[in-house]
Design a protein around this ligand. Structure first.
Ligand SMILES: N=c1c2ncn([C@@H]3O[C@H](COP(=O)(O)OP(=O)(O)OP(=O)(O)O)[C@@H](O)[C@H]3O)c2ncn1[C@@H]1O[C@H](COP(=O)(O)O)[C@@H](O)[C@H]1O
Length: 110
């Protein structure tokens, strides 16, 4: 998959996560998680990190990909809940990699 398509997946998912902030709590998984609050989101991040570790210890590549997807997804929910965007993380990684101007700064200040 070309890099721009990967970035597009993150951006499109971030847009859906943003929309879910205005949804009824019982209307979707993400809306329910927002409603439960920060501690519930952090609990999911912790659980998915643990499940990733267990998959890696089992040496199960398919499960590693599945669990990392769950982990990334819940960290994206955390970023959205904190009014941050995946581009903020991509920019930080680009900065560490010695690149600049990879993507526009996207976090909101509210
Ligand atoms: N990518 C995901 C995604 N990855 C994982 N999950 C959910 O995260 C949960 C993973 O937790 P577990 O494995 O512990 O399973 P679980 O026992 O059902 O979890 P809990 O109910 O106990 O928290 C599952 O319920 C998955 O369905 C996701 N839910 C939603 N998305 C994306 O988010 C978008 C918005 O989701 P909704 O708000 O549900 O419409 C969707 O269009 C999807 O693209």
């Amino acid at each position: 998959m070309p890099p721009m398509m990967n970035h597009s997946v993150l951006s499109q998912l971030a847009a859906v996560l943003e929309e879910r902030k205005h949804a009824q709590p019982d209307s979707s998984y993400v809306a329910k998680l927002y409603h439960k609050g920060l501690d519930a989101i952090l609990k999911k991040v912790g659980e998915e990190a643990t499940e990733t570790v267990m998959a890696a210890k089992d040496g199960d590549k398919e499960k590693i990909v599945y669990e990392v997807a769950d982990l990334w997804f819940h960290t994206l929910v955390l970023l959205a809940q904190q009014n941050l965007h995946p581009d903020d993380v991509l920019n930080e990684l680009a900065r560490r990699f010695g690149m600049s101007g990879l993507v526009e700064k996207a976090s909101r200040k509210d």
